[in-house]
Design a protein around this ligand. Structure first.
Ligand SMILES: C[S@@+](CC[C@H](N)C(=O)[O-])C[C@H]1O[C@@H](n2cnc3c(N)ncnc32)[C@H](O)[C@@H]1O
Length: 248
């Protein structure tokens, strides 16, 4: 068995959850985006790759109701803790990387959802190949992630890779790469939507606090450092009710 290093453990995970607890309103657009693109329906079976601390899992679980089933996959026990604690009856927790997903015989998925996690998956082709076996005909595969060659991939490659306590050695999708992956693994031609989701904050400096917590900055990288790089690489604007920066 291949040894899989759990990147989001202890400090990285503690800090990630702190960011979301401190700024619970900032990802409102991301939640709307999940409803728009995944559109979870009552009674559906859905698999979530890299569920983390359950930011989307609880909304999905509520939407599919008691007749539905949500399989959440994530290798980090620290990240998954809030999902274990809430213990929704219709959620099955699979504490493992996407590379090790196995579902019981007969399980057929209506949809697969992943946000901000697929760049961490090392064997993307093997994972998509495996998942195609469990997908109902016409099943929806919705991957919301950072694409290479974007402002956001620049922010991760230039800033997060050096400031994050665990580093950030990942591989981002490109449109041609996603197309060939789908073709090779039995999925139909992907449709792409470029989203510039905005993350909302009351005060400009909150953006630096949020990003430095979300990406678990090393002590030598301050909130201001994250704010300045976000301003330079992503853009920050004033809104009638506060400030926003572009998310993923
Ligand atoms: C940036 S977080 C996103 C969490 C959640 N989807 C969200 O939007 O808040 C990335 C997550 O991917 C998980 N992850 C890392 N490697 C993975 C892998 N090989 N398979 C599945 N999940 C993985 C991490 O443990 C982490 O929880």
């Amino acid at each position: 068995m291949e040894l899989h290093q759990v990147e989001f453990s202890t400090e990285r995970s503690r800090s990630y959850k702190l960011a979301l607890n401190q700024f619970p309103e900032c990802w409102k657009e991301d939640t709307l985006m999940m409803y728009d693109f995944l559109s979870p329906q009552c009674g559906e079976s859905i698999l979530e790759i890299g569920a983390g601390s359950g930011f989307f899992s609880f909304d999905i679980s509520t939407s599919i109701g008691p007749e539905g089933r949500l399989f959440v996959v994530d290798p980090s026990p620290d990240q998954l803790k809030p999902i274990y604690e809430r213990a929704d009856d219709n959620i099955t927790i699979m504490q493992r990387p996407a590379e090790d997903i196995s579902l019981s015989e007969g399980v057929q998925l209506d949809a697969i959802w992943s946000r901000g996690a697929f760049h961490h998956v090392k064997s993307k082709e093997a994972v998509l190949n495996n998942l195609a076996q469990f997908a109902k005909p016409g099943a929806r595969l919705v991957i919301c992630d950072i694409f290479s060659g974007t402002k956001l991939s620049d922010y991760f490659d230039e800033h997060v890779a050096i400031s994050c306590t665990t580093g950030h050695e990942v591989s981002f999708l490109s449109k041609p790469y996603a197309k060939s992956l789908c073709k090779l693994t039995g999925w139909s031609e992907p449709k792409f939507t470029d989203l510039a989701l905005q993350w909302h904050f009351e005060r400009k400096e909150d953006i630096g606090v949020f990003l430095s917590l979300l990406h678990s900055n090393k002590p030598e990288y301050s909130h201001k450092h994250s704010l300045d790089d976000a301003e330079r690489l992503l853009g920050i604007r004033r809104t009638p009710t506060g400030w926003h920066s572009i998310g993923q």
